[in-house]
Design a protein around this ligand. Structure first.
Ligand SMILES: [Zn+2]
Length: 207
């Protein structure tokens, strides 16, 4: 296993549409192992292959509670549907079969570090995907896991969460990053692809 470099906006590779995985060989296995290690090392809860420069339709996700004391990451905070899904999740060629309802969440992204914006997503989704052997499976989920899956699936289309906010705000953030880069001081990315502490768990309609 190896930690791979996470690309950051405005890297043009993040804008490519990823290709379907057709060959389920040891390269896919190795890619997902590296992605999991990279995600955990960066304290993220989801990572898409294009974020490490591989334009293939592969995601890894783990929204389970990580540490005591981080208020969002408690087992009790997970919905019943989330608890039923075995994690870490490796999704190859994922498709949202159906989505319903809506929820908002203050999202962040390992490819846009230190920025958090409220994004609207489906509340509940049915997802179909393949595992690393190419075996197809389907499940239903909601809560943070549903948010995370939808966020990561956007990466496969070359889309970022900062494309899903108001046009003016989006332009402002993109210009700011292009001009000044990212903040130098090390930010606490523990909750990346989630939110800043104390912001949204009370607003979160799922909880
Ligand atoms: Zn992301």
């Amino acid at each position: 296993m190896a930690i791979r470099e996470i690309l950051k906006f405005p890297d043009p590779r993040l804008r490519e549409v990823s290709e379907e995985v057709r060959v389920f060989d040891k390269n896919v296995k190795m890619l997902t192992e590296d992605m999991l290690e990279t995600m955990y090392e960066a304290h993220g809860i989801g990572l898409a292959a294009p974020q490490v420069g591989v334009t293939q339709r592969v995601l890894v996700i783990d929204t389970r509670p990580k540490e005591e004391g981080t208020h969002r990451y408690t087992y009790e905070g997970m919905t019943e549907l989330e608890k039923k899904v075995k994690q870490p999740l490796v999704l190859v060629n994922p498709v949202i079969v159906s989505g319903e309802g809506q929820q908002t969440f203050d999202e962040g992204c390992l490819s846009v570090p230190s920025y958090y914006e409220t994004v609207e997503r489906y509340l509940r989704v049915v997802v179909r995907a393949q595992d690393i052997q190419g075996e197809e499976f389907e499940f239903e989920t909601d809560g943070l896991l549903a948010v995370c899956i939808q966020h990561e699936m956007d990466h496969l289309e070359g889309k970022l969460f900062i494309d899903r906010i108001s046009f003016l705000k989006s332009q402002k953030i993109k210009k700011q990053i292009k001009k000044n880069g990212y903040p130098k001081k090390k930010v606490n990315r523990k909750d990346t692809l989630s939110k800043e502490p104390a912001s949204s768990s009370s607003k979160d309609p799922v909880r």
